[in-house]
Design a binder for this molecule. Structure first.
Ligand SMILES: [Cu+2]
Length: 266
């Protein structure tokens, strides 16, 4: 810091921070940041969930929780950045002289420590959250495997087909009973696809000569959209089908109706 700065700024760091926070433009930016933060929290916590696909499984619930809470956690950062930008734009046309120089931020050790520690903390929260979620998921998959209904999923340009080995039926819609875990054995007949039953919160590679295994726990009944999530050629965008999470009784009668037509869905 130069001698000139020493003359202009209060001598102690505490006094400098006090002077900085006492400035009206800093206070206004802070209040604006707080308002933006509240808006983002309300959007993330209560509005966005209505725009997301319906939750029909534990996995989709976990996805939704992560989306909501990461939005809430990042709201203050987005709020402060947007507030500084707004305040700068609002002052731009006033012809004011720039505000007097505040405390240096880039070379200010306490500020650097605080923002580094805060960023590290956010990263650790994200990593730990992800690891716990992944681990819970694979433990659940292993525990549930014996009682799972199995579906062999095959992607091909440009359709999905399903085979239920225990029921011995071939289908092009994906119906499943509620409250029973499901194991998907996923592969492809040709190029790389990605199996994405949207409301189940599952998305997994469908590659030729490889079987990838995915797992889901349906928790509610409702319609299901199945899409391809890997660009796979000209009609990739049309590579979708539907299905449903059904009551066990409805699922049984659906299976029976297909078995009655020779085990192949018409
Ligand atoms: Cu595809």
């Amino acid at each position: 810091m130069s001698d000139h700065d020493q003359e202009v700024l209060p001598p102690t760091p505490g006094a400098r921070v006090g002077k900085f926070l006492g400035r009206s433009d800093v206070r206004q930016t802070f209040i604006l940041g707080l308002l933006y933060t509240i808006v983002f929290v309300v959007l993330g916590r209560w509005i966005y969930p209505h725009w997301m696909p319906r939750v029909l499984s534990k996995q989709m619930q976990a996805n939704e929780d992560i989306m909501i809470w990461f939005t809430v956690i990042s709201a203050p950062i987005a709020g402060v950045v947007l507030a500084i930008a707004t305040k700068s734009f609002m002052n731009m046309h006033r012809g004011d002289t720039p505000p007097e120089e505040g405390i240096a931020i880039r070379t200010n050790t306490p500020v650097v420590i605080v923002w580094t520690a805060t960023s590290v903390l956010f990263c650790i929260v994200a990593i730990v959250w992800g690891l716990v979620a992944l681990n819970t998921e694979s433990i659940a998959a292993a525990t549930d495997a014996p009682k799972s209904i199995v579906v062999d999923v095959t992607g091909s340009q440009w359709a999905w087909s399903f085979y239920y080995p225990a029921q011995n039926i071939h289908t092009h819609t994906l119906n499943l009973p509620v409250n029973q875990p499901v194991t998907f054995n996923v592969t492809s007949d040709d190029v790389n696809h990605s199996f994405w039953p949207v409301q189940l919160g599952v998305k997994i590679d469908a590659n030729r000569l490889v079987t990838t295994v995915a797992h889901a726990d349906p928790t509610a009944t409702g319609p299901l959209d199945v899409k391809c999530a890997e660009l796979c050629g000209l009609y990739h965008a049309y590579m979708e089908t539907d299905g449903a999470i059904q009551t066990p009784a409805d699922f049984s009668s659906w299976v029976s109706s297909i078995q009655a037509t020779g085990g192949v869905q018409e």
